[in-house]
Design a protein around this ligand. Structure first.
Ligand code: FE2
Length: 481
């Protein structure tokens, strides 16, 4: 599709240009010396009548301020039935504000359910790439099938986003990103990317401008842009959007909270999310939505409310979120209930009080969840037992831990790790190539397929479907196909 035709990382070449990238004009719009939609376009958080459209004006994406003036700039947006924009459905104007690094989030309303749409932006005389997005089926509607993927962990320094090349070609209704969209750590001078990156962009992220530059660097990737342009995304975060292994705020001082506020602000600016922007170091990200009568999705925040990584007593997701999750189990009365979280709620083979409470609540209600997670940088598929490590414990649901887009680099990793996990009878499959999961859910079953790429340290790796799995809607637990 044309939405995939986006600016490549070559746009980074504008860094260091002497002349301002944006010249004010009397019309209030101005003209650009370089392409302002260098970071592409995106859509997200679809509802039956609405979707969020996103872009950020960045004629100099790897410069602080992105080459934009310190004033608001009008951006025109359009939604059409067709890719050629012959049948415009709705359009409007929104201001890109300097305090939001000239990002925009358009909440388009009045759309029809269960439909593809095309969208684009215009600023001055510049047109954005075309994106494709989709609304959800109406609440309670009979839905015969729904296709989605889940991805996570895209450390830029580990290599190429070839998995996103393949993802963009899939047949999907929505993509879930379960965190580690960026990594905040120092970028080495030499990486498999083979791109010279200025020192201020490579520096570890602490300030909002440092996080903004990191998002810009990542979002210049053409394959990532293509996957955003092809489907609406639902995004939550894990730890690296702020700092490795950060856990809530309990053991944090003022500096750490300021860092969290900076990370959250840049995340909000760069993600096509419906959620309200952060207030200081606080931002509500967890949310719930339903796909007709077929699936309820609960998207969790596994980081902000943690009270230490290994506290056995306090909830890993915070008391308030945990109560919200448990109270809402089965609330849409759908065939399937899918929980999406960055890091799994417990260890692969370790007891976890948070997980025990939540699984018990599902079990008591007779609801069998499918849990999607990331974080591990391994594919790991297992039955979700009521009590781990008691192998005789009832199967409550199923868990798919996705691998990573790039993080930790080329697969397949250490076979001893796989062997260790497979000793647990509830673990059905473990594997260490980079890639993603795609899932098709119907009223009778869910089919999931793990897609791999051969390597990430060089571009253009071959990709392949490694293994498929099936869950029968009437019986919890995963079968290998
Ligand atoms: Fe990660």
């Amino acid at each position: 599709m044309s939405g995939a035709a986006v600016t490549s990382v070559a746009a980074a070449g504008v860094l260091g240009q002497a002349a301002p990238a944006f010249a004010a004009s009397t019309s209030g719009v101005g003209s650009f010396r370089s392409y302002p939609f260098s970071l592409g376009i995106a859509s997200g958080d679809p509802l039956p009548d609405s979707v969020i459209l996103w872009t950020r004006l960045a004629p100099e994406p790897l410069a602080v301020g992105s080459g934009m003036p310190q004033r608001k700039v009008p951006v025109h947006w359009q939604v059409a039935d067709d890719e050629a924009f012959k049948h415009i459905v709705t359009e409007g104007e929104i201001f890109a504000l300097p305090e939001n690094n000239h990002s925009v989030h358009v909440d388009v309303r009045g759309l029809r359910p269960d439909r593809w749409y095309f969208y684009r932006f215009r600023c001055g005389s510049e047109l954005s790439p075309v994106g494709r997005t989709r609304t959800l089926p109406a609440l309670g509607a009979t839905v015969s099938s729904f296709n989605f993927a889940h991805v996570s962990c895209q450390n830029w320094i580990n290599g190429h986003y070839t998995a996103y090349r393949d993802l963009a070609r899939e047949n999907l209704d929505v993509v879930f990103h379960l965190g580690d969209y960026i990594y905040e750590t120092q970028i080495p001078v030499t990486t498999p990317r083979g791109i010279d990156v200025a020192a201020e962009v490579r520096a570890p992220c602490h300030s909002v401008d440092e996080y903004r530059l990191r998002y810009a660097l990542y979002k210049l990737d053409a394959n990532l842009q293509a996957s955003h342009a092809a489907f609406p995304w639902v995004v939550t975060w894990d730890d690296h959007e702020v700092a490795n292994d950060y856990a809530g705020a309990a053991d944090r001082g003022k500096l750490e909270l300021e860092r969290r506020a900076a990370g959250y602000k840049a995340w909000w600016e760069n993600i096509p999310t419906r959620m309200a922007p952060p207030v200081g170091p606080d931002m509500k990200v967890y949310r719930r939505f339903a796909v007709g009568n077929l699936v309820q999705f609960d998207v969790l925040d596994g980081r902000q409310y943690r009270k230490g990584n290994n506290d056995p007593v306090v909830s890993k997701i915070g008391d308030e979120q945990e109560a919200w999750l448990i109270d809402g189990i089965g609330s849409y009365d759908t065939t399937w209930n899918v929980m999406a979280v960055g890091q799994q709620l417990g260890g692969v083979a370790q007891n976890s009080p948070t997980r025990n409470r939540i699984y018990q609540a599902y079990y008591d209600r007779g609801v069998s969840p499918v849990i999607l997670a990331g974080d591990l940088h391994w594919t790991l598929v297992s039955d979700a037992l009521l009590r781990i490590p008691d192998a005789s414990s009832p199967i409550v649901g199923s868990q798919f831990i996705g691998t990573s887009i790039t993080s930790t680099g080329d697969g397949p990793g250490d076979p001893a790790t796989v062997t260790g996990w497979m000793k647990n009878p509830w673990v059905k499959y473990a594997q260490g190539y980079r890639g993603y999961f795609r899932h098709t859910v119907t009223p009778t079953g869910m089919t999931s397929t793990q897609h791999n790429v051969q390597f990430v340290t060089r571009p253009d790796a071959p990709g392949w479907d490694a293994q498929s799995f099936y869950i029968d809607a009437s019986r919890p637990g995963v079968q290998l196909l």
